[in-house]
Design a protein around this ligand. Structure first.
Ligand code: AMP
Length: 126
């Protein structure tokens, strides 16, 4: 993990606790830098969360502070998850919610990988 100011990072967030093994997850895949696990409240037939093992609040933090190896692993893991869950060929969506307007609930960077059925239009106006 890159060495950076982590004062903004809440190490009691639920994904930090999953990474420390304090609460279980339904693991889909893992490598040195990245963990992928099923979302506890799936919005589609396949709904996997991909997170870096490092303490990054969101995409901006990760982009600014993660080392290239962590960023490459994260990118690869998203594609790997699509392969191992069988949604690569039929298509899927990758979403990251960031901050207040992005409606981010868990303050540890995560990408939602959604598929296995039509995901719908990108975003509605509601
Ligand atoms: P976000 O609004 O992007 O921060 O989404 C947080 C996601 O984390 C939601 O889709 C939740 O269903 C999911 N989530 C919360 N707690 C857990 C958990 N313990 N295991 C798996 N997924 C979780």
């Amino acid at each position: 993990m890159a060495d950076h100011d982590q004062t903004a990072y809440d190490d009691q967030n639920v994904f930090a606790r999953i990474l420390r093994g304090e609460i279980p997850c339904n693991k889909v895949a893992e490598d040195e830098h990245t963990l992928a696990f099923a979302d506890i409240n799936p919005a589609r037939a396949v709904h996997v969360l991909v997170i870096p093992k490092g303490a990054y609040v969101d995409w901006r933090d990760f982009a600014a502070n993660a080392v290239a190896e962590e960023q490459a692993a994260f990118t690869r893991m998203i594609a790997h998850v699509a392969e191992v869950t069988g949604i690569a060929e039929t298509g899927f969506r990758v979403i990251s919610n960031i901050g207040v307007n992005g409606h981010q609930e868990v303050p540890h960077l995560h990408m939602h990988v959604l598929g296995g059925e039509p995901v719908g239009r990108m975003v509605d106006r509601g």
